[in-house]
Design a protein around this ligand. Structure first.
Ligand code: ATR
Length: 280
């Protein structure tokens, strides 16, 4: 144990938070870089009514970094000293950095979408079908349009897709118009359909997926969703939601420590933690 009086504390907050794997992932990153005497990462169960007290406590304690899970991503914005313009544009903060008492909010969720995709292809000019129009969709829509993709948002409730399209740019369609997805390059699912895996549901029938697609199921699950399994059967390239979680966390790591995140060590710790959680 290398923790000492100079070690800086980073935390993930949420309600619930006990399922978060961020502590294992970040601490493995600190250890891999040999900075586990400088940083340690823990989790705090914080309910919505306790958020103001938590932020005051974080200031008093000098907590270095905060990762915000639901239900805090919007509410935390009112307690911060500064909000990064990107987080402002996405409309949510999932990361807070404390620089000597100055709390600045960031959003790294959109990077969790763009980085895994850009490891495979350039997004410039690509046609992206985004399924869903909630919070996760917002971050994805921001990310892919920022990288030059042509966005179409498909949602069960068309009005919500229209609202998001008006804000980020792009076209809105009902999820019932899925035929047009066949000619797109990339499909990103942000709806909750497919989780839990045992329900064996999919937001997009298999017949609309071809071998030309890249299919990213941004919804985090401990195994492949039906969407990913069927996409694979159709010959499409697939990206599981674990990649989104890993890459948004790697950007958080960089903001908290000022160092590039060690991807392999963090991925390995993530997979091991997932395994442990599934088998206990
Ligand atoms: P998040 O913040 O995780 O994105 P959210 O804001 O609750 O969650 O958004 C959930 C998304 O999943 C919405 O786009 C929702 O569609 P509606 O806007 O029509 O509600 C979509 N969704 C949830 N359940 C769905 C279902 N059974 N079929 C189709 N879409 C669904």
């Amino acid at each position: 144990m290398k923790i000492n009086a100079k070690t800086k504390l980073c935390v993930v907050i949420g309600d619930p938070v006990e399922d978060s794997l961020s502590p294992q992932i970040h601490n493995a990153g600190y250890e891999s870089l040999g900075i586990d005497d400088q940083f340690v990462y823990a989790a705090c169960q914080i309910s919505a009514p306790d958020l103001a007290d938590f932020v005051a406590g974080a200031r008093a304690m000098g907590i270095r970094g905060i990762c915000c899970k639901m239900p805090h991503k919007l509410e935390i914005m009112r307690y911060l000293d500064e909000i990064d313009p990107v987080a402002e544009a996405v409309g949510a903060v999932n990361t807070v950095v404390n620089d000597n008492g100055h709390l600045k909010g960031y959003n790294t969720d959109w990077i969790g979408i763009t980085e895994p995709l850009e490891a495979i292809t350039s997004l410039q000019g690509k046609k992206v079908a985004l399924l869903g129009a909630g919070g996760a969709a917002r971050a994805a829509a921001y990310g892919v349009t920022k990288r030059g993709a042509e966005l179409t948002i498909y949602n069960r409730t068309l009005e919500k897709a229209e609202l998001l399209a008006a804000q980020v740019g792009g076209t809105a369609r009902s999820i019932d118009d899925a035929e047009s997805i066949k000619s797109m390059d990339i499909i990103i699912n942000t709806t909750s359909v497919g989780v839990p895996l045992s329900h064996n549901e999919t937001p997009l029938p298999k017949e609309f997926i071809t071998e030309k697609h890249i299919v990213f199921d941004a919804v985090y699950a401990s195994g492949y969703t039906r969407l990913l399994n069927e996409a694979q059967e159709q010959g499409a390239q697939i990206i599981p939601g674990t990649e989104m979680l890993l890459h948004q966390g790697m950007e958080q790591f960089r903001l908290f420590t000022g160092q590039n995140a060690p991807e392999n060590a963090m991925r390995k710790a993530f997979m091991a933690a997932l395994d442990t959680r599934e088998n206990t």
